[in-house]
Design a protein around this ligand. Structure first.
Ligand code: SF4
Ligand code: SF4
Length: 472
């Protein structure tokens, strides 16, 4: 058993104990040299959690656009959020919904580090899936065509892998574009191999990008291009959850230099160098790997999830529950409360929003019009918009305007997503209202939801209301 020089030492502690301070020490030279092959991760705790969460995320990613839970329909200029159809004119709600999602990611990063990258990010899920598929294809071809020369088998593996990736890219690009173009509409464009309309061109370009990404780039994207990785440094602080390596010093060292923790790491780093490496996505695969290796020797693992600089273990049962959940200081409590208020506010705003928008305004180019029979007419302009995915019927009713009626064919039938602008008149008998300005309300009722809204309005009659003219 060889003894390593750890790059982090636990002051006054050995593996499995909580050190007060973790200090960086110089990186050991790589004595093995050359590229080491990746190994399959052990099937223990964090790996199993990740697989379950990633599978659930994959299902959610595929299903979301079909149920309008979150989708930006560019052709129709609609944003679907939590089942609500937001119109581009509702910019305020739209803006605060997107801001809320950003705030959730920022708060999660502050509390739990790059847990989003390691457990939820589609780029990481598909990159890892691509590596796993490549490995399985290579094994399958090697086993099935053992008698063929190695170069032939390599060529066959490559062709099969790229064919599978191409099919997967078409599917993933379809799902991705579905977030911006209605899925059934997109399916039609896919079947007709449409590369002339904007949606078709976007689909073809996305397929190519997805293919290049998952066939070649994979985790290199996370290490080089992804802005979220760079933003991490801004969000994390001395209490953020990290993956930390700790070992005893000199003769107490437990690490056997097997480097399994390095070989399971898809980001290609050695966590023993520092817990603050920008590439680390806090996935925990190295924790499983080390526990797997040292567990066989009856020793505890040397890599752990631990909180910030103090290095309190995530699994330490003696830590109070709130601290174990990440609420470790006043700043975190405040951020969580703000998040809670923000979510409640957004929920209230969304639930108070009218699914059928009714806007009515008087047309005062002409204050009133007198009919041949002496009746008084006032003209109004109305905008109605059915901002939901089902048919609606709108009825208008007058209140506090005795003897008056609306000259409009009712109920007004509206298709899903239909917006209409129209004009109508309200007519009153001359002697029914006092001269001048009469205040009243227009109550709009939407069926089948039963939603009602009231608009305050004025009806103008001549200064001296005319007497009713006798019909000729
Ligand atoms: S060092 Fe460990 S936690 Fe960090 S990315 Fe690599 S395997 Fe995941
Ligand atoms: S897996 Fe554990 S024992 Fe092996 S090199 Fe990594 S830290 Fe050392």
């Amino acid at each position: 058993m060889s003894v390593s020089s750890p790059n982090f030492s636990a002051e006054g502690g050995v593996a499995g104990q909580t050190p007060s301070v973790i200090k960086p020490v110089p990186k050991p030279a790589n004595k093995t040299g050359g590229k080491q092959l990746p190994v399959l991760p052990s099937q223990s705790t964090y790996h199993s959690y990740r697989r379950a969460i990633q599978f659930a995320c994959f299902l959610i990613f595929v299903v979301l656009p079909f149920f309008n839970v979150m989708r930006f329909d560019i052709p129709r200029q609609r944003f679907y959020f939590a089942g609500y159809e937001l119109w581009i004119s509702e910019f305020g709600i739209l803006f605060f919904s997107l801001l809320f999602l950003l705030y959730v990611i920022a708060a999660a990063s502050m509390l739990y580090g790059r847990i989003y990258c390691g457990y939820f990010c589609p780029q990481m899920i598909f990159s890892e899936a691509s590596l796993a598929v490549e490995e399985r294809i290579r094994k399958f071809i090697n086993k099935r065509f053992i008698k063929l020369p190695a170069k032939r088998r390599q060529l066959m593996s490559g062709i099969l892998f790229y064919a599978v990736m191409l099919a997967a890219s078409v599917f993933l690009a379809f799902v991705f574009i579905s977030y911006f173009v209605e899925p059934r509409d997109l399916l039609g464009r896919l079947f007709t191999l449409d590369i002339r309309t904007a949606g078709g061109v976007a689909g073809a370009a996305t397929t190519l990008i997805v293919f290049l990404d998952f066939a070649f780039l994979r985790q290199t994207f996370c290490k080089t291009v992804c802005p979220y990785g760079y933003l991490q440094g801004m969000f994390s602080d001395k209490e953020t959850l990290l993956v930390q390596y700790r070992d005893g010093q000199a003769k107490d060292k437990i690490c056997i230099e097997c480097k399994k923790c390095v070989r399971v790491c898809h980001m290609g780093i050695d966590i023993r160098n520092s817990p603050y490496q920008m590439e680390c996505i806090h996935c925990g695969e190295c924790i499983d790997a080390c526990e797997d290796v040292l567990g066989r020797l009856g020793k505890p693992g040397l890599i752990h999830y631990a909180w910030g600089e103090k290095g309190e273990l995530l699994t330490d049962k003696k830590t109070p529950l709130l601290k174990r959940l990440g609420l470790r200081d006043a700043k975190r409590v405040i951020v969580s409360l703000v998040l809670l208020f923000y979510a409640s506010g957004l929920f209230v705003v969304l639930s108070m929003r009218d699914n059928v928008l009714v806007k009515i305004a008087p047309i005062r180019a002409e204050l009133y019009r007198l009919g041949d029979d002496g009746r008084v007419f006032n003209k109004f302009r109305m905008t109605v918009a059915n901002r939901q995915s089902k048919d609606a019927e709108l009825t208008l009713k007058l209140e506090n305007l005795p003897g008056a009626q609306i000259e409009l064919e009712q109920p007004l039938k509206l298709k899903p997503g239909e917006e209409r602008q129209l004009q109508f008149e309200i007519v009153s008998l001359p002697q029914a209202l006092p001269p001048g300005v009469n205040h009243f309300e227009i109550v709009s009722r939407v069926e089948p939801s039963g939603e009602t809204s009231t608009t305050n309005m004025t009806f103008i009659t001549p200064p001296n209301a005319p007497t009713e003219r006798k019909p000729k």
